[in-house]
Design a protein around this ligand. Structure first.
Ligand code: AP5
Length: 204
């Protein structure tokens, strides 16, 4: 099974995908994580992506599509796509290389997004995502790595990312709705309730 997580920045796409990876047997493909790895390694792609990401803008489609195609060459399990596709051009490219069985549309509001992303902290070593609303240490509980705040998690950049989402990504909800595969999930509830609901969708 292949599924897509759609939703604005901070809706919880990465958090639920990381939880579901533990039990579903599905692989987690996050284009945001892949781009941050490219930036960390200072690759050509990373250097180009940095400017777009830190300005809250989407990275050009051709770069993203090539990156995902390369990653899928080694895919063995079904995939949870997190942060991809983000434009109709990306969705059309994905249709040519993978069958999508379900789209999880996480819905929330800009106020919740700003509060959540403003409190997000990430482990520099293993990438685990925390929030200061429930985790008060500055090192990772799993590996002891230092926690940091993403450079694109300022309020100004979050608002630009949200505008990008409304303009370029939200149209994908209808793109997939006509195929009859969209499941709307209220992203405002607690994390485990969402994980359980999506788990049921995966099990069919
Ligand atoms: P990306 O990394 O994909 O960022 P995003 O879509 O903006 O999403 P986030 O990672 O901010 O949020 P999330 O929904 O995963 O929320 P999370 O689980 O962390 O992309 C970054 C950039 O890369 C883009 O802006 C773009 O430039 C570029 N890019 C990436 N993919 C691209 C593509 N396909 N095309 C072009 N450009 C691309 O949760 C957020 C916080 O809330 C956490 O602290 C978490 O603990 C907390 N939280 C989560 N759920 C709950 C809950 N239910 N209750 C309370 N707290 C919660």
């Amino acid at each position: 099974m292949n599924l897509i997580f759609l939703g604005p920045p901070g809706a919880g796409k990465g958090t639920v995908a990381a939880e579901l990876k533990k039990t579903s047997g599905l692989d987690h493909l996050s284009t945001g994580d892949m781009l941050r790895e490219e930036m960390k390694n200072e690759t050509e792609l990373g250097k180009i992506a940095k400017e777009y990401i830190e300005g809250g803008k989407l990275v050009p489609d051709d770069l993203i599509i090539d990156m995902v195609k390369n990653r899928l060459e080694n895919a063995e399990a079904g995939i949870m796509f997190d942060g991809f596709p983000r434009t109709v051009a990306q969705a059309e490219a994905l249709d040519k290389i993978a069958q999508i069985d379900a789209v999880i549309n996480l819905t929330t509001t800009i106020d919740v997004i700003i509060e959540r992303i403003g409190g997000r902290r990430i482990c520099r070593n293993c990438g685990k995502v925390y929030n200061v609303s429930w985790y008060h240490k500055d090192t990772c509980e799993d590996c002891g790595g230092e926690l940091y705040t993403r450079a694109d998690d300022t309020e100004e950049t979050i608002r630009t990312r949200y505008d990008e989402y409304l303009k370029k990504t939200a149209p994908l909800i209808d793109y997939y709705r006509v195929k009859g595969i969209v499941h709307d999930i209220d992203a405002n509830g607690d994390i485990q309730t969402k994980v359980d609901a999506i788990s049921d969708i995966i099990k069919g």
